[in-house]
Design a protein around this ligand. Structure first.
Ligand code: GLC
Length: 547
């Protein structure tokens, strides 16, 4: 059993961390937007669920050009979400309940409303203020062409031109100018931010776009040479570490520097990298003298296929082990189609294309989706390492696929010229009660409309109900705490096709049937099933834990 006492330096290695998307969790002041007081009031839900920690997506002052990932001040709270006092009260209550708190840190770019960017706009070309960002003259006779062919992750050129003729780099929206990490003032300011939140009792950090901070800014800037490829898709075309702005070797100096700061606390502050970089290269971010963990998106991207998942799990464990890190598993987050819907898409379907099809694509069968999601979750929670769960998945929420265009807020919708609907469908506010203007989210309507079907997924509808998804998560998390031992997994050989089976320490076994036929239940006491076990058989899309 892991030692989750407050001073254990390794509390995170096999923790279950619950992601809160603050604007969509709970709205205490009734303005339609979730807030910090709302989170504090609902922390008992997380304690009862049995997670070890919560991670908050950004709650900082922001014009919300990218859902808060455009930060105008790294050391304050958005007034719409509360105050620093509210933050302190939330941390205190979380700690009282035995929950750790992680916050999101967004070091690749600021908001264009940040004082530094406003100063850079005023200061003009060649100024020290512009050197904190990436400003360049354009190409072409009059500088009318962008400095390079780099594309924004959200579509279109990654450069925007200012009236004074210079261009600035924005790998995401134009409201998110990229910082220049060669600038010592930028580095110093983030050290201050890490200390600021650590001093306030924050236990860890999720590092946004961790792979993009270091850029090759030597003159002349290099083209990617493949403007049709996204920056990520271009990675394999470069020798490791030499892509102009992704996953460069120098980025690790930054995290080695951060680790010294984080290790000065008791217990050391943990950190997890969001790095969209394949396998072994990604594990470098998780080395013990760097961040400690990195999200494993290969697991999230794998299909509902036993062979593929087995490979991904084995590779992920091996690369994490080689780096001295613990593995991580994620099925849903605020950037992807919720797994209760995604795992039902026919193999090869692009979730973006599915979202855009608005009723023209075959609808996902919600009850089949829920069955599969529950099986996927029990499989994930049996794996060695940390699991990151996203708010609402404990209720079995599906993606809200049919949000009408006029309510969409994700910048992806506009920036792709309406060819990608974006991520709002997984950010619809949570249903807490079966009735009320926003199903208990707040006193008024929510900032994104909730479908009527949310009533049946509400916490109130599932609390104490035998067999509900909420009760399944609660039982799984309670059992997991008791069963966890070591970080090893042993595959069971000779399983039927479409079946994954492995043993953990002390006789705990997990059998997941991903096929469409029932299989015989192996001997052993059934501890938990994602569905009831009937006639001694494990049905399709079902996971069981056995003693
Ligand atoms: C990360 C966040 C995403 C955000 C992007 C830019 O990928 O998870 O929500 O849009 O970074 O900050």
């Amino acid at each position: 059993m892991p030692d989750l006492s407050s001073r254990d330096p390794n509390w995170w290695r096999q923790a279950v961390i619950y992601q809160v998307y603050p604007r969509s969790f709970a709205d205490a002041d009734g303005d339609g937007l979730g807030d910090l007081k709302g989170i504090t009031q609902r922390l008992n839900h997380l304690a009862a669920l049995g997670v070890d920690a919560l991670w908050l997506s950004p709650f900082y002052p922001s014009e919300l050009a990218d859902g808060g990932y455009d930060v105008a001040d790294y050391r304050d709270v958005d007034p719409r979400l509360g105050t620093l006092d509210d933050f302190d009260a939330m941390v205190e209550e979380a700690h009282r309940l035995g929950l750790k708190v992680m916050v999101d840190i967004v070091p690749n770019h600021t908001s264009d409303q940040h004082v530094w960017f406003q100063e850079a706009l005023r200061a003009g070309p060649g100024s020290a203020a512009r050197d904190r960002y990436v400003f360049r003259d354009g190409r072409g006779a009059n500088g009318e062409l962008p400095p390079t062919d780099w594309q924004s992750v959200f579509g279109g050129s990654a450069w925007r031109r200012l009236p004074d003729g210079q261009w600035y780099l924005h790998l995401f929206t134009p409201e998110q100018p990229d910082l220049n990490w060669d600038n010592e003032e930028v580095r110093a300011d983030f050290r201050t931010t890490l200390r600021f939140w650590s001093d306030r009792g924050v236990d860890g950090f999720r590092v946004d776009v961790a792979h993009a901070l270091a850029k090759d800014l030597s003159e002349p800037l290099r083209d990617l040479g493949a403007p049709e490829l996204s920056a990520e898709a271009a990675l394999p075309h470069f020798a490791p570490g030499t892509h102009p702005f992704y996953d460069r070797d120098e980025v690790h100096e930054i995290y080695r520097d951060w680790r010294k700061i984080l290790d000065a606390y008791i217990p050391p502050r943990m950190a997890v990298a969001e790095a969209w970089v394949p396998g072994a290269r990604r594990a470098r971010y998780a080395r013990p003298d760097e961040l400690g963990q990195a999200f494993n998106f290969e697991y999230l991207q794998a299909g509902w296929d036993a062979g593929e998942l087995k490979q991904v799990i084995s590779d992920s464990l091996a690369t994490a082990r080689a780096a001295g890190a613990s593995a991580t598993w994620v099925l849903s987050n605020h950037d992807v189609v919720r797994h209760a819907s995604r795992l039902m898409l026919p193999p090869g379907t692009d979730p973006d294309a599915w979202l855009l099809s608005d009723g023209t694509a075959p609808a996902v069968d919600e009850s089949a989706g829920l069955r599969r999601a529950r099986a996927a979750t029990l499989l994930m929670l049996a794996l060695p390492g940390s699991s990151y769960v996203y708010q609402g998945e404990e209720l079995g929420l599906p993606e809200v696929a049919d949000l009408p265009a006029e309510v969409l807020q994700d910048p992806i919708w506009e920036q792709t010229g309406h060819t990608s609907k974006g991520r709002d469908g997984c950010r619809v506010p949570l249903p807490w009660t079966t009735s009320g203007p926003s199903y208990g989210f707040g006193a008024g309507a929510a900032w994104l409309p909730q479908p009527a079907s949310f009533a049946s997924y509400a916490v109130e509808a599932q609390d104490g109900v035998e067999g509900s998804t909420l009760e399944l998560y609660r039982r799984a998390l309670r059992l997991r705490r008791k069963l966890l031992e070591g970080e090893e997994l042993t595959w069971v050989a000779d399983t039927p096709p479409g079946v994954l089976a492995f043993a953990r320490g002390d006789g705990w076994r997990c059998v997941a049937n991903l096929s469409d036929t029932a299989i015989a239940l192996p001997p052993g006491e059934v501890l938990l099933g994602s569905r009831p076990i009937e006639d001694g058989r494990i049905g399709p899309d079902t996971t069981v834990w056995l003693a």
